[in-house]
Design a protein around this ligand. Structure first.
Ligand code: GLN
Length: 264
């Protein structure tokens, strides 16, 4: 009798311990998808691209930072932002150092070979910045036979890729590559390049800070911006993409874009 009692106690205790374990492990499985650092969504960006990402004091803010923050909180994760060269973002995503790249990044077929893109959440336009009084007045002037302009771009951006293919490779001019868009704009101001090809929103921000420059009305290319993610973590990709789609559908993304762009 005594022995049976002990056994029953032991079994009850075991059941209790097991059910507690099941409970707690059930909870973690529910609230977290696998990320580079558990409990966190690590985003790579290049915080030199206002209004999508830029520094306010020592904090990175902007459209991408806020959208990523909203995605993270939907998934119960804390957003961590890593600032790096634009050129390094795709590699960081591909090699699993970060969970997502958000950097006003244009969806291109070449990049799709390395990463999966989320739903697009914004559009961008490649525009041309020139000095007041420039002989370049439209995009066609860059492709003219014998034009031979020096075009400033940010390294490995779509502006760089298009100008390399359309102009440099065709022998119609040369491309000068800078690690920051703002440096290309300074080179234009200093007369080292004849124009800068860059995304329209940062173009507006840069031109507002430098006297004597203007953005041509003409458009070089229209593009879609999206988040870049690894092809190896489909569970995280789906979770992030579903969260983003929901944030687009309920107007949150538009509100964030308006806060930085349209409201100005
Ligand atoms: N949209 C451009 C690209 O994806 C530039 C992005 C950037 O400079 N952050 O290449």
């Amino acid at each position: 009798m005594k022995r049976t009692g002990k056994l029953v106690c032991l079994i009850l205790a075991l059941v209790l311990v097991l059910s507690l374990c099941a409970c707690s492990s059930g909870k973690t499985a529910q609230s977290s998808v696998k990320t580079v650092t558990s409990g966190k969504l690590t985003m790579a960006t290049n915080a030199q691209f206002p209004p999508y990402e830029f520094y306010e004091g020592d904090k990175i803010v902007g459209i991408d930072a806020e959208i990523a923050g909203a995605i993270a909180s939907k998934l119960g994760l804390e957003l961590v932002i890593e600032d790096m060269e634009f050129d390094s973002i795709i590699t960081a995503v591909k090699t699993g150092k970060v969970d997502i790249g958000m950097a006003g990044m244009t969806v291109t077929d070449e990049r799709k070979e390395s990463v999966d893109f989320t739903e697009s959440y914004a559009t961008g336009v490649q525009v041309i910045i020139v000095a007041d009084g420039s002989e370049i007045v439209s995009v066609d002037d860059l492709f003219a036979e014998g034009a031979n302009h020096v075009i400033g771009v940010q390294r490995n951006t779509t502006g760089d890729l298009y100008c390399t293919w359309d102009i440099e490779d065709e022998g119609l001019g040369t491309v000068d590559r800078y690690s920051k868009g703002a440096d290309a704009v300074q080179a234009l101001k200093a007369g080292k390049v004849d124009c800068v090809v860059i995304d329209n929103e940062p173009a507006k921000a840069f031109v507002a800070e430098v006297e004597g420059l203007k953005i041509l009305e003409t458009e070089y290319a229209l593009e879609d911006y999206a988040g870049a993610m690894s092809k190896d973590n489909q569970e995280l990709y789906s979770a992030v993409n579903d969260a983003l789609k929901a944030l687009i559908a309920d107007g949150t993304v538009q509100k964030i874009v308006d806060k930085y762009i349209n409201a100005k």
